[in-house]
Write a protein that binds this ligand. Structure first.
Ligand SMILES: *Cc1c(COP(=O)(O)O)cnc(C)c1O
Length: 405
């Protein structure tokens, strides 16, 4: 009997029963437009207000109206960076600082702004994915508008020192935005204690619905809207509100933070530690990311003499959902920008595997993952032209990747 193990919680998570139940009345009974004055509208507005309070509380925000609901994490990232540099608060400063390992929602926003005349610095990271704070100190100036650095990386799980980054940003009069889409509900965050001025999050990364997210915007920061229209969300994200989504996000963040967070983190970290220990027994395997300061559920590796794509397809046949930063199916021939930024050699970066666990995973899942990954890696190596006499031999093939070119 084959099992089904979902180990791709960094891609998305299954919606929880409690979120589903909380949302239902707002999809059926209370369908009113929150701007309407009659009862089904008023009830929708009340629920929206409550959801906003839950998000504010979970982040340690000073006031609920510092929370702007958006259509997901990507929209929150776009609004933060573009909205800030185009807005009044930037006071004409144009320079943007980010890192080489950001999500594309941040990277491509910065690239687009670069074409519009905003200079961007992409900070380097070390071999474990930690940004270079000395480089940040060197490149920041009184022309820097915003520093945008992710809280935790979606591919390798590395957590950044947010407090240290915000202090450097503030010392130069820049604001600090963090893409915390992977972090919320998976590690402790407090926008006031950590000096975070803007923070992006997304419901579906912590068992809420897809297509709903939020941007925390510290009081006093004036952003230029992303979408113009009816003036919803303080005019920053116009459009009739996704009330059920907001209610679901509120429920999910309440379930994932506060007292529940430590219990969940401890459980998931225990599973992940066991998984890492098991997978690292496979010969010629390298752990990627920071082994200590990492998200509790993220385990990422590279296997020498393996193709990530083949690995994912064979694991799928064994009922396992994982992901790779090396898939050519994503349309690019290169391994992911994150694996390149941590300095992995090209040949090795092609064999990456990311397994991300959640609270719904079990110890039996972990045993099964270890067993099947070892089996699939051995099977693929047996067929690999660069696997000779039980070890990698790069001289055996001119180019491991030649069939793609
Ligand atoms: C998933 C993700 C996003 C995008 O969030 P969506 O809600 O899917 O738009 C942005 N940043 C990071 C780090 C992510 O993991």
């Amino acid at each position: 009997m084959s099992r089904f193990v979902y180990a791709d919680n960094a891609a998305t998570t299954p919606m929880s029963e409690s979120v589903y139940k909380a949302m239902q009345p707002y999809l059926t009974e209370f369908y009113g437009n929150p701007s309407s004055l009659y009862r089904v509208g008023r009830e929708a507005r009340r629920a929206m207000t409550e959801a906003r309070m839950k998000v504010a509380k979970a982040l340690g925000a000073a006031e609920p109206n510092e929370i702007v609901f958006t259509g997901g994490g990507s929209q929150a990232d776009n609004l933060a960076i573009r909205g800030y540099v185009k807005g009044r608060s930037a006071k004409g400063r144009k320079h943007i600082i980010t890192s080489k390992i950001e999500h594309h929602a941040v990277l491509y926003t910065c690239e687009a702004l670069e074409k519009e005349g905003y200079p961007v610095t992409y900070l380097n990271v070390d071999s474990q994915g930690r940004i270079d704070l000395d480089q940040l100190k060197e490149v920041i100036s009184d022309q820097t508008a915003i520093v945008s650095i992710m809280a935790a990386n979606n591919e390798i799980g590395t957590i950044q020192d947010l407090k240290a980054i915000s202090e450097i940003a503030h010392a130069h009069g820049a604001v600090f935005h963090t893409d915390a889409v992977q972090a919320v509900g998976h590690m402790h965050l407090d926008v006031q204690a950590m000096g975070i001025d803007m923070l992006s999050l997304s419901g579906h990364k912590f068992r809420g619905p897809k297509g709903i997210g939020a941007l925390y915007v510290r009081r006093g920061i004036a952003l230029e809207p992303l979408v113009y229209g009816g003036g919803q969300e303080r005019g920053l994200a116009s459009g009739t509100e996704n009330v059920a989504g907001m209610v679901g996000l509120g429920q999910a963040i309440e379930d994932a933070t506060g007292e529940n967070l430590d219990r969940k983190m401890g459980y998931v970290k225990g599973l992940t530690d066991k998984l890492v220990e098991g997978i690292m027994k496979i010969p010629y395997t390298h752990y990627t990311g920071d082994p200590v300061n990492r998200l509790p559920g993220t385990a990422s590796f590279v296997f020498e003499a393996i193709e990530g794509e083949g690995l994912i397809l064979r694991l799928d046949n064994a009922g396992i959902c994982g992901s790779t930063g090396s898939a050519c199916s994503t349309g690019s021939l290169d391994p992911s920008h994150v694996l390149m930024a941590i300095g992995l050699p090209h040949e090795i970066a092609h064999g990456s595997l990311r397994l991300t666990l959640g609270e719904q995973n079990t110890p039996e899942d972990v045993d099964y993952l270890i067993e099947k990954v070892a089996e699939v890696v051995a099977g693929l190596r047996a067929m690999s032209p660069v696997w000779v006499d039980g070890k990698p031999d790069l001289s055996a093939a001119t180019d491991l990747h030649s069939h793609h070119h």
